[in-house]
Write a protein that binds this ligand. Sequence first.
Ligand code: NAD
Ligand code: MN
Length: 355
Amino acid sequence: MKKYQIALIPGDGIGKEVIPECAEVLKALEKRYTKISFDFQEFDWGGDYYRKHGVMMPNDGLNDLKNKDAILFGSAGDPEIADHITLWGLRLKICQGFDQYANVRPTRILPGIQTPLRKCEPHQLDWVIVRENSEGEYSGVGGRAHQGLPIEVATDMSILTRVGVERVQRFAFKLAQSRPRKHLTVITKSNAQRHGMVMWDEIAVQIAKEFPDVTWDKELVDAATARMINRPESIDTVVATNLHGDILTDLAAALAGSLGIAPTGNIDPERRYPSMFEPIHGSAFDIMGKGLANPIGTFWSAVMMLEHLGEQDAAKKLMGAIETVTSNSALHTRDLGGIAMMKDVTKAVIQEIQK
Ligand code: NAD
Ligand code: MN
């Protein structure tokens, strides 16, 4: 019997709705696979915690998480609190504190889901985008001076280190090697950003030599957006810096049908710390508290968590259940053009698991 210690951090907005649904789904898997069990500990961190304590999570909160096997996260973002406070105070504090340097985002068009792409068969879009998750444009280095004066100045410095670039590119090449196509696209912008991105390109040439069986190409980030739309089948695995990856993965999610479906893992490949799994969407203020949220992105994130824990059978079972449910348009939530409620989707996924 393997007992996994899982931290649940619902956070804010629809995060507080989808995470409990996901815990129910995992409980159903536990009943079915008697060799696995989950020990959940929930943390009430986020906007409400901030209103009470002035911080999004306790300063020593990472101590409570560091011995967990994995973290399931909902969303950070509150209508009354500035976004940079909610993001840096919770999600980034965990990602950076646990050096989860690879943000992994698979994108596929699930059965029954319509892509906005006119010329794309579902099998032609099967990507995994690896976003650098610890430095680059979001390193947090910069500052403001002379605030409010006409001479005000503000900077956000993008920092790329050789160690940081080598490790994320090596992770991406390895991931590409494990996939049938064995192809990696390295996203760059070295024509305009002539220091850090040039080093990024040079390191790609160097790391590629370690993976002679992986083919690779290089694409400027702006051209990459057009390629994702016009030639989706030419892409397989992708690696990009923090900002570039952030934007490309939202585009990928939209091309796969909805932001409500897309999952992600913030991975520490060396497994020194727990990795964190979350839907890519945010708090969705416009639909929170209404039971309309699509929980599929969270369930798919749980599939990634199970794979990371080495529970391949349970992961396959859950992914199969998700795909059976998406194939049925009566079970589509509003973001997919349907009328189903979040709870209908959860119930159907649990029924599939029990079959
Ligand atoms: P959002 O993802 O919250 O919402 C964008 C749109 O997509 C909205 O119309 C929303 O209703 C819809 N949507 C998102 N997820 C959905 C789901 N599961 N089911 C159905 N519809 C869904 O993005 P936003 O509006 O830019 O951000 C709102 C807040 O969330 C902000 O505070 C932002 O900082 C935060 N945010 C947090 C994260 C995170 O914690 N990882 C990610 C993105 C945004
Ligand atoms: Mn984003």
